[in-house]
Design a protein around this ligand. Structure first.
Ligand code: 7PJ
Length: 257
């Protein structure tokens, strides 16, 4: 899953893809490099990020979904939590909704249920603006697993078949490096939920605590994390550096399988 941030403020590539033509070109480069899914986001969810008005999120995302759907057969995912964006994105050609709020917003479950689209349910506590301020877990894997199981049940009750869903422990979302490490080491503890696991590890800020490196220098660390994630059971890897990540995933998948 290649990341396409159409935002002025994403921590690693903010402002680069605000122009729809440039965004489309970048998506096509990622597809050529081996991405099966393109994840388009119009609102940054990095720690401390502020919300974007609905109209602005639509303005950033929908034209690119339209253009990419016309130009390519890749699965288009839209990174959003808003039911209005979910509906418009699916109508424009998105086949998947990637929601860091796990379809918690009023209307989000219904918008996905009606559509037949796939969705990723991610674990997060609180909101991006404040999620790193009061982090506490007694048993992080158990607690993440319980939340994801509850969201799976809510989806099923709302008419979203489990076959449409994948799950994500939400690395870095309301978690300290020690929690991220424990989740990655024990990722297999989420496999009995019966759904494919998606992981987002690319360039994340806890790589700063592991390697000391700033955002533009985290490729090697990101590839190490992606490799371990696949060995431990991940199926979908969300990444900025697609060609390099595809190689790492192929190596790890060969070992695993
Ligand atoms: C994730 C995401 C992630 C899923 C972001 C970043 C911050 N969606 N959106 N999982 N991260 N499903 O790219 O580091 O980890 S935005």
């Amino acid at each position: 899953m290649g990341v396409l941030n159409i935002t002025p403020d994403s921590f690693s590539d903010g402002g680069r893809f605000l122009e729809p033509g440039v965004a489309l070109e970048h998506a096509q480069r990622m597809i050529e490099a081996g991405a099966a899914i393109i994840d388009i986001g119009g609102e940054s969810t990095r720690p401390g990020a502020l919300p974007v008005p609905l109209e602005e999120e639509l303005r950033r995302v929908i034209p690119v979904v339209h253009a990419l759907a016309a130009a390519s057969g890749a699965l288009i995912s839209v990174d959003t939590s808003r039911p209005e964006v979910i509906e418009r994105a699916i109508a424009a050609g998105a086949g998947m909704i990637n929601d860091v709020r796990a379809l918690h917003r009023p209307g989000a479950l219904a918008a996905v249920a009606q559509s037949g689209a796939a969705a990723c349910l991610m674990h997060m506590r609180g909101e991006p603006e404040t999620m790193q301020l009061a982090v506490h877990f007694d048993a992080v894997v158990t607690e993440v697993r319980a939340m994801l199981a509850a969201r799976l049940a809510s989806c099923e009750a709302a008419g979203i078949e489990p076959e449409r869903l994948c799950l994500d422990p939400g690395f870095g979302f309301g978690k300290h490096p020690v929690h991220n490490l424990e989740l990655l080491r024990d990722l297999g503890g989420l496999l009995d939920l019966g759904r494919p696991l998606l992981v987002g590890l690319s360039r994340k800020s806890w790589l700063k605590s592991l390697t000391g490196r700033d955002s533009g220098e985290r490729l090697a660390g990101s590839l190490a994390l992606a490799t371990v994630a696949v060995l431990n059971g991940a199926t979908i890897v969300r990444a900025h550096d697609v060609a390099e990540t595809v190689d790492a995933v192929r190596v790890a998948a060969a070992l695993r399988n």
